[in-house]
Write a protein that binds this ligand. Structure first.
Ligand code: SUG
Length: 449
């Protein structure tokens, strides 16, 4: 297997202009709890942007993914609505209001679900492999796949990257992308492990009434597509009780970076023996692996899910450097998690030297914390050089995006506003300008006709 030093490019989704709370995700407690509330798309986009600036300032590599065009009039037309945009929106609002909320979801912002990406260091052909997620469990999310695939092909156009088709969108192959995939990396550039986490062997299982959103068959198919070395690939099952408690993706109960993994004791069925075996294999190749399992007595599962501690984003400013942990501000507002993150920072055996709370309340109310908002793409220097440079974060891009958000985003949005034809026009105008900022011409369908 080739040894290539990789850095992580964090690709955050810019929050879409129709960000709202529709209570669409069964099993995602924050989503159902906040359904029907008034949203603030501008605040949501600025909160996401400030997290990107933070990662960049901490020494991380940061990039952006443009929002998808919403509302999806193409889908409404496919479902039988016809006429001008005004007619389509009015008829849908009148006869199928829930459908209008679904096709207007800005859920593509949670790019941890956009795709599964395998580092070239772990793929047998030495290339980066990318499979866009089919997100087949929820209708509003399944709509994302074709545009996600198009964007990723534009951003990674070179022969260093292999773009696979999404898996068939059926329960058997339900796939929610990197949110259920931990990619560990050995120290000193040593290869790591791909850990795929699934909710159910065959798909379609429910726990506590909530769906298991990743199937084992899907994870196995992706490992095959990517040509991952079986010696460095592991499949772990989520505990049903974690799904029933609201861990709709594994990144709600586990986070990892480099040779460090932090997870809740009730995250996986196979702990702790499997982790001991993974540790031995790391040590066998000359790298330590630090795995911390947080017990239920220390932090009850419900509290962990409520505070989103495990959806923290770990940033390595340089190879093998101590990690920075970006935590949702909810973690420091909750006494148990506040005490626990302080302990993490103070413990000399844990490779974290800084905890930074961020305000992501707008996204959090739909179940999206710091780690949900980014797709981790491990890249060598050569692969990064062939990446579309217009999406890479710089102070100038930060300023341009902030200015763009402040000029185009509304400060409040209710379900009733989704039928407003002015909103549709505002979104097209804003996205057209965004493609100039990001140097991605002819990206959206409305720019191609
Ligand atoms: O798929 N919420 C998203 C949140 C995704 C979070 N991602 C990760 N954990 N990686 C989901 O459940 C809610 C939309 C609404 O209810 O309006 C939503 O789609």
């Amino acid at each position: 297997m080739p040894h290539v030093a990789c850095r992580i490019l964090n690709l955050d989704g810019i929050v879409g202009l129709s960000h709202h709370y529709a209570g669409l995700s069964q099993g995602n407690l924050a989503s159902t709890r906040h359904g029907g509330r008034r949203s603030n798309p501008r605040a949501a986009a600025l909160q996401g942007l400030e997290k990107m600036a933070l990662v960049h300032d901490l020494g991380g590599l940061q990039g952006v993914l443009p929002p998808h065009q919403t509302p999806r009039l193409d889908v409404l037309r496919q479902l039988g609505f016809s006429g001008t945009p005004e007619h389509v929106l009015a008829a849908c609002a009148r006869t199928a209001p829930q459908l209008l909320r679904q096709v207007s979801s800005a859920s593509a912002m949670w790019t941890a679900n956009a795709a599964t990406v395998s580092s070239s260091a772990l793929c047998q052909d030495g290339r980066v492999h990318i499979t866009p997620a089919n997100l087949s469990t929820h209708f509003h999310r399944a709509l994302e796949t074709p545009f996600t695939s198009r964007v990723l092909q534009r951003i990674f156009p070179s022969s260093h990257f292999i773009h696979h088709p999404a898996l068939p969108a059926t329960p058997e192959y339900a796939d929610e992308g990197a949110a259920n995939h931990c990619s560990l990396q050995g120290m000193h550039g040593l290869p790591g492990f791909s850990i795929f986490v699934y909710g159910d062997a065959a798909g379609s299982a429910h726990h506590g009434g909530f769906p298991a959103r990743q199937s084992l068959k899907a994870s196995q198919a992706i490992a095959r597509q990517h040509g991952l070395d079986p010696e460095h690939t592991i499949f772990l099952q989520q505990r049903p009780e974690a799904i029933a408690a609201g861990a709709f993706h594994n990144d709600v109960v586990a986070t990892s970076e480099g040779h460090f993994c932090l997870h809740h004791q009730q995250a996986f069925i196979e702990a702790p023996e499997v982790w001991e075996r993974i540790k031995e294999r790391f040590e066998g190749q000359g790298s330590p692996l630090c795995v911390v399992s947080v017990s239920s007595t220390r932090l009850p599962l419900d509290t962990a899910i409520q505070s989103y501690l495990f959806n923290s984003q770990l940033i390595a400013p340089a190879a093998d450097a101590a990690l920075k942990m970006i935590v949702p501000s909810d973690c420091v507002e909750e006494p148990l998690t506040r005490a626990y993150v302080q302990e993490l920072q103070d413990d000399p055996t844990i490779p974290i030297d800084q905890i930074i709370p961020v305000d992501l309340h707008q996204s959090m109310r739909n179940g999206g914390g710091p780690a949900c908002l980014r797709l981790r793409v491990p890249l060598s220097a050569e692969e990064l050089a062939t990446t579309h440079q217009g999406i890479l974060f710089t102070p100038a891009l930060h300023q341009a995006l902030r200015n763009w958000i402040e000029r185009h985003y509304r400060e409040q949005l209710d379900a009733a506003d989704l039928a407003d034809p002015a909103l549709y026009t505002e979104i097209c105008t804003a996205l057209d300008e965004l493609t100039q900022i990001l140097q991605l011409p002819c990206l959206y369908d409305f720019q191609r006709t």
